[in-house]
Design a binder for this molecule. Structure first.
Ligand code: ZN
Length: 355
């Protein structure tokens, strides 16, 4: 019983760690942060309150903007993406992204972003453009006139492409590229994987089709050391857009790693649970006091961790990931009171071997 209570307390604290800590540390303790990275946020629907898992209420969205402005965090223009990552490290920065191109974005959020000239990437799936409840090409062209707007590619069909063979994936993306070229004159350098799901094969197709950057939906903060074809984003919805959590997200930092094993995030059943190792960069202070949590066995719990050497962490995932996605989140409190944050997302396949 004692064990149970302690364990649930630990889980409670770590899940609410971010919120908890934001009360304890104020801005006055900030020092020695060498690289703030870029926090990227992912929104979908605006004031479509029937869909809480992909929606944000407008009053909360306005609060988010206010929090960002009050903390002197700058919105980066996607057209200067790499320059901001590499050459503006001492500034706190946000990249705003909106997926799917719903009409509610155009109707509710766009007028505000336009007036404030807040830069963003709108990722659209070409098959859905003009369909009921989605923006039309005329509307997309209208917003694309602004130099602070990037229209990113989000595939053609938005199906679970990661489960398909490479010919099918490639044909889908090539079709979306052709439509981008026809409707906008050019394809984007930016891609967003449908459902944030990718495999090594999918990543390689995106590279081969000349995209420069691709976003998933695992949590974390971007920095110049990240793989540009698996960039993290924080999903914001009604549950995760809650204001205290949002303020805590604003105090996250890049967690710099050299490599995460397994490299393949598409998890076949004969590799589930995965053997996870993370090799960090040198010089991360108090690295050994990090904590990791996973949803193995469909239940969030603290993971057993071991350092194999100074910078290499082994995370013991003992039960199979169940359901569509397996997640691991690791965090480490920096002396500034900010949190280094690192999320890994696996796509859980029901197959033993990929077709
Ligand atoms: Zn999407």
């Amino acid at each position: 019983m004692q064990f149970k209570i302690t364990k649930s307390l630990i889980i409670y604290l770590s899940i609410s760690t971010l919120t908890f800590q934001s009360y304890l540390f104020s801005d006055t303790t900030i020092k020695d942060i060498d690289d703030y990275g870029v926090i990227s946020l992912m929104y979908h629907r605006f004031e479509e309150n029937k869909y809480p898992s992909t929606n944000v209420k407008m009053r909360n969205f306005l609060e988010h903007i206010k929090i960002i402005e009050e903390n002197n965090i700058s919105f980066i223009n996607p057209k200067k993406f790499e320059d901001e990552l590499k050459n503006n490290k001492s500034q706190r920065k946000i990249l705003l992204t909106i997926d799917d191109g719903f009409s509610s974005f155009y109707k509710n959020a766009w007028p505000i972003l336009k007036e404030k000239k807040i830069p963003f990437i709108l990722f659209v799936s070409t098959r859905e453009v003009g369909v009921f409840n989605y923006m039309t090409w005329d509307q997309i062209r209208e917003i694309n006139k602004e130099d602070f707007v990037e229209i990113g590619n989000h595939s053609h069909t938005h199906e679970y492409l990661v489960d398909e063979n490479s010919e099918t994936i490639k044909a889908d993306i090539e079709k979306s590229i052709a439509i981008f070229e026809k409707e906008l004159g050019v394809n984007s350098n930016f891609f967003s994987y449908p459902f944030g799901e990718y495999s090594i094969e999918f990543k390689n197709i995106i590279k081969s089709l000349n995209f420069k950057y691709a976003f998933g939906q695992h949590s974390g903060v971007m920095d110049e050391t990240k793989d540009f074809y698996e960039l993290p984003r924080y999903p914001i919805n009604e549950k995760y857009g809650e204001l205290e959590r949002f303020k805590s997200l604003m105090k996250t930092l890049p967690f710099k790693y050299k490599k995460i094993q397994p490299e393949e995030k598409y998890l076949l059943q004969n590799q589930n649970p995965p053997k996870v190792e993370i090799e960090f960069y040198d010089g991360i202070k108090n690295l050994k006091s990090l904590n990791c949590f996973s949803n193995e066995g469909d239940k969030w719990r603290q993971s057993k961790i071991n350092f194999l050497n100074k910078n290499t962490l082994k995370i013991d995932i003992n039960e199979k990931f169940i359901g569509e996605r397996g997640r691991i989140n690791c965090s480490l409190r920096d002396q500034s009171g900010f949190w280094r944050w690192l999320g890994v997302q696996f796509v859980v396949s029901d197959k033993q071997f990929k077709n």
